[in-house]
Design a binder for this molecule. Structure first.
Ligand SMILES: C[S@@+](CC[C@H](N)C(=O)[O-])C[C@H]1O[C@@H](n2cnc3c(N)ncnc32)[C@H](O)[C@@H]1O
Ligand code: SF4
Ligand code: SF4
Length: 315
């Protein structure tokens, strides 16, 4: 067995829509080919039942979609909280879904963290990065929500802005803007999502300052996000995929409609992919991914303490 007895962190795709049409994400291109839709209740129940006996540390109920596009999301968050009282529960959305009528429900949700993706602070930047999110409306929604959140602060709130799209000067302006609003800003390094999005169109960006970019070095390799050892990623129809990079749904390691979580986690397909990912013949998805690095590079980088694993984003 090359992984731990059970995953510590789980992503559950309760639905598939997001409506943001982001240029930095493979969702708009790939989701029209997906055959799955909203997760049915029986499957959600079964997942909860199987997770509950384990010391799960982290759950994000969305994976490749927007959690607020699931009309049952609040009920599902409450049920996750009941089943896993000690897990960190986090969701991520955009200003498009932060509509006033959801704000009260969202503030009352038993979450540990809410992230708001906002990859710029102007209409022009939204048009480049998130063309499906109408800037004026989203901007109003975000600021109204922040104002309400600030009086109660029921959980952690962070704005996520991908770093590496705009010029350093513009990034400094974006950072200053959110600082003035009194909200935490998560500056996540943009990645190509396993070479599925073209970042070269963002010409002003500086190069990734970490050691990782494309220079994979020699095997053995590791996934910087530990997707093969710490995480489980469940698609809305019960198929289990390797990670949040698999927008093409090509690395399917099992199916909860016919297998248990334990069977999948310890199954031949998962075991084989762990070996492949670390060895001389990594899967294509990992080969193309910035998070797939030589174990040597990873330990050197950690020694330099540039980006520790604990600081990596949940995508
Ligand atoms: C796939 S989204 C799902 C949740 C929701 N739709 C959203 O955008 O917040 C999860 C996270 O991935 C981030 N993300 C999307 N494309 C990315 C990229 N190319 N590089 C790094 N992070 C990315 C988003 O900003 C978001 O914080
Ligand atoms: S980053 Fe989130 S909002 Fe944007 S297209 Fe991807 S899933 Fe949708
Ligand atoms: S594709 Fe990237 S994130 Fe996914 S398992 Fe491979 S290295 Fe990790």
């Amino acid at each position: 067995m090359s992984g731990p007895a059970f995953p510590r962190k789980v992503q559950i795709q309760t639905t598939v829509a997001c409506g943001a049409d982001c240029s930095i994400c493979p969702h708009p291109e790939q989701s029209p080919h997906w055959t799955n839709g909203r997760m049915d209740e029986a499957l959600f129940d079964s997942i909860l039942e199987q997770l509950a006996p384990h010391p799960i540390e982290y759950v994000s109920p969305y994976l490749m979609a927007d959690p607020l596009s699931d009309r049952r999301i609040f009920e599902r968050i409450a049920r996750l909280r009941d089943a896993l009282p000690n897990a960190t529960l986090e969701i991520s959305t955009t200003g498009k879904y932060l509509v006033p009528k959801l704000a009260q429900q969202l503030l009352a949700a038993p979450l540990d963290e809410l992230r708001i993706s906002s990859h710029g602070i102007s209409a022009a930047e939204y048009a480049r990065t998130m063309p499906g999110v109408p800037f004026e409306k989203a901007w109003r929604n975000i600021h109204d929500f922040i104002e309400q959140w600030q009086s109660a602060q029921p959980y952690k709130l962070a704005i996520v802005c991908l770093w590496g799209l705009w010029s350093p000067q513009r990034e400094a302006e974006i950072a200053a803007y959110w600082r003035d609003q009194g909200v935490e800003l998560a500056q996540w390094r943009v990645v190509s999502r396993s070479s599925q999005v073209d970042l070269t169109t963002f010409g002003q960006a500086t190069a990734d300052p970490t050691l990782y970019v494309r220079a994979k070095g020699e095997p053995p390799y590791v996934c910087r996000q530990r997707r093969d050892s710490d995480w489980l990623h469940i698609l809305s129809d019960g198929r289990v995929t390797l990670c949040c990079m698999d927008y093409g749904q090509q690395v399917i390691l099992g199916d909860l409609r016919t297998q248990t979580l334990e069977e999948i986690w310890h199954g031949l397909a998962f075991e084989a992919i762990r070996q492949d990912l670390r060895g001389t013949c990594p899967p294509e998805l990992c080969r193309r991914c910035e998070w797939h690095v030589s174990a040597d590079t990873e330990s050197t980088q950690q020694q330099r303490n540039a980006v520790a694993v604990a600081q990596l984003p949940v995508l």
